[in-house]
Design a protein around this ligand. Sequence first.
Ligand code: FDA
Length: 530
Amino acid sequence: MARTPRILHLLLTLCILSSSSISISSAPSATDAFLGCLAAAGIPPRLLHTPASPSYAALLLSSVRNLRYVAPGTTRPLAIVAAAKPAHAQAAVRCGRCHGVRVRVRSGGHDYEGLSYASLDRRERFAVLDLGALRDVRIDAARAESWAGSGATLGELYYAVGAASRALAFPAGVCPTVGVGGHLSGGGFGSLMRRNGLAADNVLDALIVDADGRLLNRTTMGEDLFWAIRGGGGESFGVVLSWKLRLVSVPETVTVFTVRRSRNQSATDLITKWQEIAPALPWDLILRVVVQNQHAQFEALFLGRCSRLLRLMRAHFPDLGVTQPDCEEISWIQSTVYFAFSSSSKPLELLLDRGEPDRYVKAKSDYVQEPIPRHVWERTWSWLEKPEAGLLILDPYGGRMGSISPSATPFPHRKGNLYNLQYYSFWFENGTSALEKRMSWVRGLYEEMEPFVSKNPRTGYVNYRDLDLGTNEMEGNVTSYAKARVWGEKYFKGNFERLAAVKAMVDPDDFFRNEQSIPPHPAAKGWSSD
Ligand code: FDA
């Protein structure tokens, strides 16, 4: 399936005749030529926003979730292409290649390092291809399948699934404003992961625009590219327009609880024990922890009734002291509201709210493979009582996560990982003083934890993007493979090499490039899919 409107095909052919390789231009005329090309390809002017348009600033900001990357001095896109149909994305890629303008793809805009709308390179001239309008979600409840546009949010997807059936769900992240496109590209974990794995583990097919502007599905893209887009990180391989998803069954009634224990109420002991208990719990129970200020908050989702949950908690974790009044029996869709808004009585329509850009963020992540000793947790409280402190989020793995091969998808953090540890700092004040204090808090605690987390490499989660791990560097006019490997193996371990080989096959000119995109493998070889 390579549906190519005639005008687009003609554009690319003309372009290939006039230039055989990609060089990214900084000339203002390249911008005009790019915009002219988009107009010639039939993109209506109302969908093309340049800094001169009154709509540009509001659209740029609309889905930004980290104000650090729209601060004055940040490199901004020379245009935003607000795609309304697949042909617009195809045209953006073809015109970008033709006129030396890179395309940064944006779905939900939640990238922690702003890579979908900002560039660290002040000379880079790029356009944002905004997929926010490609947000259609179609549910086939009888087949337990869905097609979801990349521009939909997780909340929109959950809402549509919940409206179709009380007995179906989709396993993905906790925050409803996150975009489907970036989330699935990097894996995507949430409260159903111990029973059903990652969002990316439940992708059946996808529609992608490749570096030649062709529209491909699973059959026409081939299994290597289909493997790479399910966890290999956003941007590197093409523009995924929509995803065919496997929906999972859930009981019509599930149980949730949140219990908070302070440092004085033995939170240190509880966290220490939790590290071994939570990853070994039955697959239909997840118990995550958020550690903030001087307390630990234990949040659970159980795919069953309260009475059975209480029996399980008494058997596995009696010290937590969960009792009947802590339980709430609700539907799965209400549980998504419960975890996002700390209340199950809020309306489901909140899932459709796309949120506002309101904060500055810095996050980092680790995988913990051996329980962190109690004295280390005791020491962590002094970090958490600082005025500039952020919080820690501990998401337990095990269950289905541990039973999937580390090479089945690019996401390698499977068996042997007890939990993902996220260091998350957010603040609302502008200015360098707040920035420096918050950044050094996150970096300082991360450094202190080094002896107690995964090693060789110290791994992290690509969707918790962290440019401190390294960024792409150019050697001549190609991205250095050796330098990229440093950050790449932290996110993907042994799968990095295969990702680079796929990249060499599908985008040898490295058109889809950002600070942490996969570079083409210098000695690409054939890979067979799992
Ligand atoms: P955005 O549009 O910024 O894209 C992220 C990256 O993917 C960029 O490099 C972009 O170019 C690329 N990209 C986007 N769309 C693409 C497409 N269609 N095709 C190809 N490339 C594309 N994660 C998690 O696993 N579980 C969780 O519970 C949460 N919770 C959470 C809460 C909050 C508040 C934030 C800010 C983030 C999370 N995350 C998370 C992390 C989240 O999964 C991650 O930031 C995703 O990449 C965000 O996807 P968006 O589409 O919103 O981002």
